[in-house]
Every structure is written in structure tokens, then in C-alpha cells.
Design a protein around this ligand. Structure first.
Ligand code: FES
Length: 323
């Protein structure tokens, strides 16, 4: 499987605290050449010291890419990527990032767009809001956070031309300002597209509300970062067979498919290793995958012709993979 990712050297041109535990980084080309353009919803992989790679959505307007902006929540109990960004990356440092990739594209022609952000999940949605505002499209942005202090981009939104389209919801605020998904999504609106990004529980609540009201999958869009690896205590071992060579590789209960393949010299390109980025997407030719990712839609998972071997497993004793 070849998944070559173009990389760029960028300099940290700015680093600003924009909310409690959230820093905004501005990344500029190191040699004054323009950065590759991007569309709203795109992200870059940031390669950090120690071999850590993390995905961060671009949160500025996709207007020629003089700079990229990313915002990073410092997660004390995370795997170390956000701490490294906060503590080890300073203005003037050089970083290697991937060229922008977009697995969360915006339908710019939709009659209406409903953007629902949970905490730091606002980043791709803010870029979408900027773009929809420039295009003069109809949209509303709902931003949720535990407290006002944890709400990123408050000042930027207040000063934006689309401020009136933005609704801020904080858990510790008065009940009237809370987000009521049943009201917002309780009635299917033809022509309206829903985009959500944030913690897994937040997105599951958004999607469950929409689905129970009959919103079709084609109108629902989500992107998740930072999901925990999906391991369960009752996970067992199984085998994967590489269709092109016929080789059979055992996968132990405590191993991911990617790790088992690597131990046998078979490299699969990975990035997040958490089932959220899609980099390791692999075709399944036989057997039934046990999907643990947040990348594929329920329909795509049910089709059982592809899976994410960094986190997903097998319901059958053997999976035959297109490798
Ligand atoms: Fe990101 Fe597998 S590496 S989904």
C-alpha cells in the first residue's frame, strides 16, 4: 500500500494563547514561497520530536494560504503530542508538516450549513464559517465549551462579519443558552448539511439526534481527532492473509493488525493510529471486519469491503486483505 505524503518545512511565525489550555500556532513557509492552498475542513499532519505525528485542522480562511493556522488543546492525559506542541514548540522553530489533506470537505453549494463544534473541534468548522461567509452562503455555527474561558476564538468570532450567525453555549451558563440538539436537529431540513467536530461523545449525540429524526447520511458530516485506541478486554487473536503473496500473519489479542504486519516486515502507512484519519485504509477481500474506527460512516462499515487496521479487528478467524 503506498500512501506517499508530501511534506513541507514551515516556521512557527506566531504562538498565542486563545483560551484556557488552547494555543494558536501560525505556520509560515520557511523560504517565503507560498504554501499549498487548501479548502475548508482540511488538516495537516504535524511531525513532532520523538516520532510523534498529530493531525490538526487548519482554522484560518482558505484564502491563498499565506499562512496556516492550527489551534492545539493541551491534553494533560493525552499521548504527549499536544503537550509537545505547547511546551516544546516556540516562535521561530522549524516544523515538518504534511501538505493539507481534506477528509471533511464542505459542500459550498448547500442551501444551509449547520456547523456544530464541541470545544477544540471548532477548528475545521471555523475555516468553513470563514469560507461560507466570504461566499455569502447561509449558515449557523454553534460552539460548545465547558466554560467561557475554555471557548476558543471568542474574540475572533465577535469581531468577524458573521458574528450574528454564531451561537456560544457553555455548560456553566444559564439554561436558556444551552444547545438543545432535539430542537436544532429534531426536524429534517432538506438542503441543510450538518457538520460536527469535537469529543466523541459530543459528536455521537449530534449524529444520534440527527439520525433519529431521519436525516440521511449524505447530509451528515463529521471529523474526529484524538479518539482512544479501541481495545476491549475480550479481544481475541485472529489471522490476516495478504492476498498478493498468500502469506498468513497471526494477530495476537494485544496487538493491532498494523503492529502484527510490521512485526512480519509488512509496512502499512499510518498517521493517527487511532482510527480517525483514514491513512491506513485497507481493502478487505474476505472475512468480516470488527470496525473500531471513527472514520468510516455506518454505511461504509456495513459494506465490509474496507477497514482501518490501526484499530479495527476481525469478527472472523481470518481476514483476507488486499495487500
Ligand atoms: Fe489513522 Fe489508521 S492511521 S486511521
Amino acid at each position: 500500500m503506498s500512501n506517499h505524503v508530501q511534506t513541507l518545512r514551515v516556521r512557527v511565525a506566531g504562538k498565542h494563547a486563545i483560551a484556557q489550555d488552547i494555543a494558536l500556532f501560525e505556520l509560515a513557509s520557511d523560504d517565503s514561497s507560498p504554501l499549498p492552498p487548501f479548502h475548508a475542513g482540511a488538516h495537516v499532519d504535524v511531525m513532532l520530536p520523538g516520532g510523534i505525528t498529530r493531525q490538526y485542522s487548519l482554522c484560518n480562511a482558505p484564502d491563498g494560504a499565506a499562512r496556516y493556522q492550527i489551534a492545539v488543546l493541551k491534553e494533560v492525559s493525552g499521548r504527549g503530542g499536544s503537550r509537545a506542541m505547547h511546551e516544546a514548540v516556540s516562535v521561530g522553530d522549524l516544523l515538518t508538516v504534511s501538505a493539507p489533506r481534506n477528509r471533511f470537505p464542505l459542500d459550498e453549494a448547500a442551501a444551509h450549513s449547520l456547523l456544530l463544534a464541541g470545544g477544540i473541534g471548532i477548528t475545521p468548522l471555523l475555516s468553513m464559517a470563514e469560507q461560507l461567509s466570504v461566499l455569502g452562503r447561509n449558515f449557523e455555527l454553534h460552539c460548545c465549551a465547558r466554560t467561557r474561558e475554555r471557548m476558543p476564538f471568542r474574540e475572533r468570532i465577535a469581531a468577524s462579519p458573521y458574528a450574528a450567525r454564531v451561537h456560544l453555549h457553555v455548560d456553566d451558563g444559564v439554561p436558556e443558552q444551552r444547545l438543545h440538539l432535539g430542537v436544532l436537529l429534531g426536524t429534517l431540513r432538506p438542503g441543510t448539511h450538518v457538520y460536527t467536530c469535537g469529543p466523541q461523545g459530543f459528536m455521537e449525540a449530534v449524529l444520534a439526534s440527527a439520525r433519529s429524526a431521519g436525516w440521511p447520511e449524505a447530509q451528515l458530516h463529521w471529523e474526529s481527532f484524538g479518539a482512544a485506541p479501541a481495545q476491549r478486554s475480550d479481544d481475541g487473536g485472529f489471522e490476516v492473509q495478504l492476498a498478493r503473496s498468500g502469506r498468513v500473519v497471526p494477530v495476537a489479542a494485544s496487538q493491532t493488525v498494523v503492529a502484527a504486519l510490521a512485526a512480519h516486515g509488512v509496512e502499512v502507512s499510518t498517521s493517527c493510529e487511532q482510527g480517525v484519519c483514514g491513512t491506513c485504509l485497507t481493502r478487505v477481500l474476505e472475512g468480516e471486519a470488527d470496525h473500531r474506527d471513527l472514520y468510516l460512516s455506518p454505511d461504509e462499515q456495513a459494506a465490509n469491503d474496507q477497514f482501518l487496521p490501526c484499530c479495527s479487528r476481525s469478527k472472523t478467524a481470518r481476514l483476507v486483505l488486499d495487500l
